[in-house]
Design a protein. Structure first.
Length: 273
């Protein structure tokens, strides 16, 4: 890994460059922890200087130290910043996707972000059909498993997470819907088989929705989900299939754009180094 020496930067930027170099070294070796001597060598810094910089990064939560292996690794706070950066890109890309969905369906389209064990309604755009489905308000925070978007997000997790989630959150989920744990597990399995989550009258009588999950680049972790909601009479099996394809296509476009942004960032970093 080629790293610029601190001397290549101006005096004003030298301090920040040293922190950045250490973080780059840890990122390049993630998830493997890296010891002090190796970090100092990679960043071309004296060990005492590297130790002081690493201590500062540790204090603000950007890195963490494993006393057993006597090595450093990226911290939770820095990882959270990275997640939020990708989430902001998702928010930017979701707007045109929702506009296209409402134009094609004339119904209401939603975009939600996955946030820890919940989902946050990021954006809602209504179509031209006079009867609108407004089950979620922008800014609403709901548990996973609720509605089509919540089911899409829950189904995208592995079985161990679903076991944990239903054990701890089923009482919360029950406040929003009458679906029991057995039925929710059945729907998770069906969603995995078809790639599309379906909700029929679970939140509002006579209203249905379908949704798909969107994942972080190079990861099986869900970032968010898109959905279209309408009167149940407007979402028969044939139309659900059509709209499901629309949703899959928009999810694919967002995923590709996110992957491209990551590739560009990596290429720029490699070029600078």
């Amino acid at each position: 890994m080629a790293i610029k020496q601190a001397s290549e930067f101006s005096a004003v930027n030298k301090g920040a460059a040293r922190y950045a170099m250490l973080l780059e070294c840890l990122s390049a070796n993630h998830p493997k922890p890296v010891g002090l001597a190796e970090l100092a060598r990679l960043a071309k810094l004296p060990k005492p200087s590297a130790f002081r910089l690493l201590k500062a990064l540790q204090l603000v939560g950007f890195i963490a130290y494993d006393s057993h292996s006597e090595a450093y690794f990226l911290g939770a706070r820095l990882m959270d910043i990275g997640v939020r950066s990708l989430s902001q890109n998702f928010a930017r890309l979701a707007e045109p996707a929702l506009l296209r969905l409402t134009e094609m369906t004339n119904d209401t389209a939603f975009a939600v972000l996955a946030e820890n064990d919940h989902m946050n309604c990021l954006r809602r755009i209504t179509g031209s059909f006079p009867v609108r489905t407004l089950s979620l308000e922008e800014g609403d925070i709901w548990p996973l498993g609720i509605g089509a978007v919540g089911l899409a997000l829950l189904a995208s997790h592995d079985n161990s997470y679903i076991d944990y989630y239903l054990k701890n959150y089923m009482p919360v989920i029950s406040r929003y819907t009458s679906i029991d744990e057995g039925e929710l597990r059945r729907r998770v399995g069906l969603t995995r088989e078809t790639g599309i989550a379906t909700s029929q009258g679970d939140l509002l009588t006579g209203m249905s929705a379908i949704g798909v999950a969107i994942y972080y680049p190079d990861s099986k972790r869900p970032m968010g989900a898109l959905s279209v909601a309408a009167l149940s009479t407007r979402l028969d099996e044939t139309r659900r299939g059509e709209i499901g394809e629309y949703l899959r296509n928009e999810a694919r476009l967002i995923t590709e754009a996110l992957e491209n942004s990551v590739k560009i960032a990596r290429a720029e970093l490699a070029h600078e180094n």
